[in-house]
Write a protein that binds this ligand. Structure first.
Ligand SMILES: C[S@@+](CC[C@H](N)C(=O)[O-])C[C@H]1O[C@@H](n2cnc3c(N)ncnc32)[C@H](O)[C@@H]1O
Length: 302
């Protein structure tokens, strides 16, 4: 069961109103969609790339139709997938859902033994394909760029050596090798974390998806439309931060006594440039919320 992160904050910022239409770009178990649909007589178009989300969404269609529509697919393709028109809000809750992590068979978790898979849409290249077939240098680059893993080269060298005798098929095989190379770092932190994050981001092309999804939002939102992004690690948050900075770019001040003036071509307005983080109570109740960062902005006139 997925516990929606920062749900109150998301709903408050979106402030659903009757007859408005929102996009939930990452349906998951529908925690955000449900809260939005219950808040007012509005409509939601939801997407998810994971085929497992479809049967869950079918229950929503049964309950909320015609206010709810589900589209299986990636938010990077959102512009061509959603019905044409302009939207009042778009919400991204990035990363993986609890069922994806908890089901060992999906291969996302280093805490459980499962196939080394990690594919959100269950097709294409798996994490095992990458680990078993890529050159040492390519593996090292993936671990460095997507996991910021300082021991990337040593891990890649060991992987290539180990696969000569036994190809990698399980999460445990990889996690144990990484733990041996990286060694203990701090209490409560598994040294395999960065390697698993890197492979997940690479296999699912997640950073490119975020860039494309944010770009699509600029076109799909109407004036006054709200963009809300909840991210879970620094690479995701950095992309969101720089997108919003660029799109709401302020001109250099002509005097320090005058407020910043937005560039004429700025497409978003950020009323709050700081990140919003979950409260201590939410983190206590849902430890997965602890790394969540929320950023938001409002679409300016086109
Ligand atoms: C953190 S969960 C969302 C949870 C949801 N807010 C809820 O309350 O249940 C992220 C979901 O986004 C989906 N996802 C990740 N990247 C995606 C993409 N590029 N396009 C569409 N869905 C994506 C995942 O499959 C996962 O189900």
């Amino acid at each position: 069961m997925h516990n929606p992160v920062m749900l109150n904050e998301v709903v408050k910022l979106l402030s659903p109103r009757s007859h408005e239409t929102y996009i939930d770009a990452t349906f998951g178990e529908g925690g955000y969609s449900r809260a939005i649909l219950e808040k007012s007589d509005c409509s939601v178009v939801a997407l998810d790339r994971d085929p497992d989300a479809s049967p869950r969404a079918a229950l929503f269609t049964e309950k909320y139709s015609p206010r709810f529509t589900f589209i299986p697919g990636r938010f990077g393709d959102m512009k061509t997938l959603v019905p044409p028109g302009e939207y009042d809000g778009i919400v991204f809750d990035l990363g993986v859902s609890s069922p994806q992590i908890d089901e060992a068979v999906r291969g996302f978790s280093f805490k459980q033994d499962g196939p080394l898979d990690m594919r959100m849409d269950k097709n294409g290249l798996s994490a095992a394909d990458v680990i078993n077939t890529y050159a040492e240098k390519e593996i090292a680059n993936i671990l460095w760029h997507y996991g910021e893993e300082r021991r990337s080269r040593a891990i890649a060298r060991s992987i290539v050596e180990a696969r000569k005798t036994t190809p990698f098929t399980t999460t445990t095989q990889l996690a144990e090798l990484v733990r041996k190379i990286v060694g203990f770092e701090r209490v409560g932190f598994d040294p395999a974390t960065r390697t698993f994050q890197a492979l997940r981001l690479y296999v699912n092309n997640e950073l490119k998806e975020i860039e494309a999804g944010l770009q699509a939002s600029e076109d799909l939102l109407k004036e006054g439309g709200r963009l809300i992004v909840v991210s879970f690690h620094s690479l995701e948050d950095r992309l969101t931060k720089s997108f919003l900075k660029e799109k709401s770019g302020a001109l250099p001040r002509t005097s320090r006594h005058l407020p910043e003036a937005p560039r004429k071509e700025a497409s978003f307005m950020q009323l709050d440039k700081k990140i919003t983080v979950p409260g201590t109570q939410e983190i206590k109740e849902n430890p997965r919320a602890r790394s969540a960062h929320l950023r938001w902005a409002i679409r300016r006139a086109k």
